[in-house]
Design a protein around this ligand. Sequence first.
Ligand code: C5P
Length: 379
Amino acid sequence: MSGPASRPPGAGGEVTRSAPAKVNLFLAVGARRTDGYHDLVTVFEAVPLTDLVTVRLRPAGTGEPTVRVSAFWSPGAPAASHPGAPALPQDLDNLAGRAAQAFIEAVGGRGSGLPPVAIEVTIEKRIPAGAGLGGGSSDAAATLLALQELCGRPLDARTLRRAAASLGSDVPFFLSGGRAVGRSRGELLTLLPRAPRLHLVLALPPVTLATAEVYRRFDELSGAGPDPATLATRIGPGLPAGGDSPAPAGARERETALEAFLRTLAGGEAGAVARCLRNDLQAAALSLRPEVGEVLRALVEAGCLGALVSGSGASVFGLAAGEKEAAGAAARAPSALPPALVGRVAFVPVVSPAWEVRDDPAEGARSGSGEAPHTLKPG
Ligand code: C5P
């Protein structure tokens, strides 16, 4: 958001960036690969629920670059008030710290590429953790981008994307934000036009889910699940899937379903988009946290056209017809919750996709409203 475009890293400096959350409008998951990941096809949508990431460089006399990360809940952030909110990881336990390390390595290894500097990352968190909203991944990408800015952009786009992909499957998406298709484990990106904008209601329940655990449950459930062809109809507008899961989607089925979704999305009719929302991890997430199903139901009862778990959960989003409808649904949803959840779920209306995709070749992202998709492939 601010800071020098380019300066020698030895001079120090400070850059602050907004790090948006994401939801997955579409997520078709294939079988487990030999490396433990699942091939998937997804549509990422950056949403304006943001962390604030500040990176400071200080000249540090002699020695190797050092990395410190300090993360804290923003006062008033929905997750901050949850009694069970997880402690935020600090320093190298935080993915942003590992991002700074990956940056140092990519620039030329410890001590050789950067002059002696102390890298200090401060993260004001608003995006709940364990929510399927990509908060940690977004903080990591913001850290990489801030370091690029502070150090005079030493990494080319391909190296930057490779560093991002080494940190996590969702991190490359946050280098560009906006709206994009993700393939492979999510790191191969095709940027999409930003139109039409969608009116969403984010629902943040006071429970968390670990991505690896949800994929494991997906594997367990999918062994005995029904034919994948039934999937799109079962995860209909706002109707949570039952406790079972489909067999993993084959590559062709994933692409065919994606094409249909993208056609519908481009049509811009919110009701039709709501009917095509798909998340193959939803059944697994609901089987681990059944109360999330109540949140889906509340969103639909409150007037959303459809609702879906985001990524591996436990957060949920609803799709509304327009701005007024989203605000109305967010206001009504709390009273549609079962008593045990009343007052414990935050409902946030947002318009997506969030923030401009930067027109910066060094960051490997180039797109804009109405433009043709632009394919990015980490090397
Ligand atoms: O890539 P990331 O570190 O975010 O993934 C966390 C975990 O989620 C992985 O260790 C893996 O168990 C699971 N995962 C997967 N298939 C993907 C992405 C993630 O199985 N495409």
